[in-house]
Design a protein around this ligand. Structure first.
Ligand code: HEM
Length: 539
């Protein structure tokens, strides 16, 4: 009979007994009923917890947090002990970790998993932009950006592709010219790659092109780098909010907000300039697209509804910030990893260069059109993405309501994390996963094969929005660098480590590399001009 009663009915019944006892002022009876109520409440809690995926226990308040260490590595260990779906309480946040690719796919195609967790960082960002927004704002912005970015060339087809290729090409040619100027001396390639990759995304979004040594670019870069470091510092505050009030941590939190203000001031200047020179028949970039959308909404009397009633310019500024950070750091880190893997695997490097020479020859540089004819070069990029796992935990999702997955309850508001590094290094899915072997992506017919458990861009509804741009850009930068230069270490130097630096992405530790011009270098074609691109800062 009791088991047939729902929890709430049972508790309500007991509450009535307590009330009855209280009205008879029988103290012992009251105490017994109160204790029974407590026991039942605890039993209900334990039953609820049993429905959660299994996982490690930790002390009250902090949970497993003190043992967390480097998140993606610790989660990998825990996945080995607790299986493909486990849970861990970290401070006041319940984290659910998925490490089976079928489960990740099943979860992330569902609407309920498109939410974002409620954490102090999310509050700082105020649910604006694309990466941290959710609900109707996210949905409308995702559709809008998807369509508009295709018009700007983030597509494999049509005229747009040509526009994008042109932009990427001019940055690749600049990079190659700078690398030639180094005359084979060992250099840190990071700043040059950061410049080229930033110019691609800044060109699409705000028609800005930075020059080498540009003070403004250096400042923006420092702000981003400091931001990444500070996010690491305030990281525990995501789980135990009081942590951010500790001495030193509060200042870090403030700096995150101050850095954002400074970046926003830079975007505001550009937005103001764009508004003054806006020509609806000559749309230059994403800022123009947004300004036109805002004006249209005003004319049609639906300004209040646009962006779900959020401040129009704040939303635009957060979009610019999101695309800049998502589109720069990821590609730059991936290119650096490609160089690391070439230094560590000279046989693979040689095969890439042989393929480039056979298909392209030495008279011209590779183009996007050559991509299908360079399978080994392309799969070397894929293998780098698999092994470097630059975004091992993708982004944190949070169910918008209680959901069931694989027979377990995933509560609304919990933090759901896909463990991509586990999928990419699983010996049941990949033959010798620790070996760098681009050929694993090539099938018997010589065609490229991307298995469904290869997911560097995530999967499902919140999958990466920039994957097409990323693939084009990585191909152009990598193929042209390998075509023009032989990358080598300084005599006596150890090869760069595979142990990455953990920030917003996993980037290689800093290293120096020699770009030695290969024999009979192809004459770099003159960089195509983009008349509306604006150079910012000093030259
Ligand atoms: C090698 C390059 C890149 C990698 C490996 C990468 C990877 C990822 C991953 C794993 C996610 C999270 C997916 C999820 O949580 O389900 C993501 C999200 C995102 N990426 Fe990328 N990304 C790359 C380049 C880019 C570029 C170039 C752009 C911009 C143009 C971009 C824009 C975004 C955005 C806006 C999101 C958030 C989407 C949303 O929340 O709906 N990414 N990316």
């Amino acid at each position: 009979m009791i088991t047939m009663l729902s929890n709430s009915k049972l508790l309500w019944g007991l509450w009535q007994v307590v009330n009855y006892c209280a009205s008879r002022t029988s103290l012992p009876l009251l105490l017994v009923a109160g204790a029974a109520l407590l026991v039942l409440r605890l039993a209900a809690l334990v039953r609820e917890m049993r429905k959660l995926p299994p996982g490690p226990w930790g002390p009250p308040v902090v949970g497993y947090l003190p043992f967390l260490g480097v998140r993606h590595k610790t989660f990998l260990e825990l996945a080995r002990n607790y299986g493909a779906l486990f849970s861990a309480r970290l401070g006041n946040q319940l984290t659910i970790v998925l490490s089976d690719y079928k489960l990740i796919r099943e979860a992330f195609r569902r609407e309920e998993f498109t939410g974002r967790p409620s954490t102090p960082l999310m509050h700082t960002l105020d649910g604006l932009g694309i990466i941290n927004s959710e609900g109707r704002l996210w949905k409308s912005q995702r559709r809008f950006l998807h369509d508009k970015l295709r018009e700007f060339g983030m597509t494999y087809m049509g005229n747009g592709k040509k526009i994008m290729e042109g932009r990427i090409k001019s940055e690749v040619y600049e990079l190659i010219a700078s690398l030639h100027r180094a005359e084979g001396a060992p250099i840190d390639a990071n700043p040059l790659l950061a410049l080229g990759v930033s110019n691609v995304i800044c060109g699409i979004t705000m028609s800005v092109r930075f020059s080498n040594g540009d003070a403004r670019f250096e400042r923006l870069n420092n702000l981003i780098e400091e931001g990444m470091r500070l996010f690491g510092e305030v990281h525990y505050g995501e789980y135990v909010p009081l942590y951010n009030y500790l001495p030193g941590k509060a200042q870090a939190q403030e700096r995150v907000a101050k850095n954002r203000e400074e970046m926003f001031a830079f975007y505001q200047t550009l937005i103001d300039e764009h508004r003054e020179t806006l020509d609806v028949d000559n749309v230059r970039d994403l800022i123009d697209v947004y300004l036109i959308e805002i004006e249209k909404a005003k004319t049609e009397g639906r300004a209040g509804e646009l962006f779900e009633g959020r401040d129009h310019e704040l939303q635009l500024k957060q979009i610019l910030g999101d695309l800049f950070s998502a589109g720069m750091e990821t590609i730059k880190s991936s290119l650096l990893w490609m160089i690391v893997f070439m230094l560590r695997n000279p046989d693979v490097k040689r095969r890439v260069q042989e393929e480039l020479d056979a298909v392209i020859g030495r008279e011209r540089l590779p183009t996007i059109e050559d991509m299908p004819n360079l399978p080994y070069t392309e799969t070397t990029i894929l293998e780098t993405l698999r092994m470097s796992n630059i975004v091992p935990l993708a982004t944190t999702h949070s169910p918008t309501k209680d959901v069931h997955l694989n027979g377990y309850r995933i509560p609304a508001g919990s933090q759901v994390v896909p463990l991509i590094n586990c999928v990419h290094m699983d010996p049941n899915l990949w033959d010798e996963p620790n070996k760098f072997n681009p050929s694993r992506f090539i099938d018997e017919t010589g065609k490229i094969r991307r298995p469904e458990f290869f997911m560097p861009f995530g999967v499902g509804r919140r999958m990466c929005l920039g994957d097409v741009l990323a693939r084009m850009e990585m191909f152009m930068f990598f193929a042209c660098m390998m075509h023009q230069f032989d990358v080598q270490m300084e005599m006596g130097d150890a090869p760069p480590s595979l142990e990455g630096t953990v920030g917003a992405t996993i980037a290689p530790q800093s290293f120096r590399v020699k770009f030695s011009p290969r024999s009979a270098p192809a004459a770099a074609a003159p960089a195509p001009e983009h008349p509306h691109l604006r150079h910012v800062g000093a030259h």
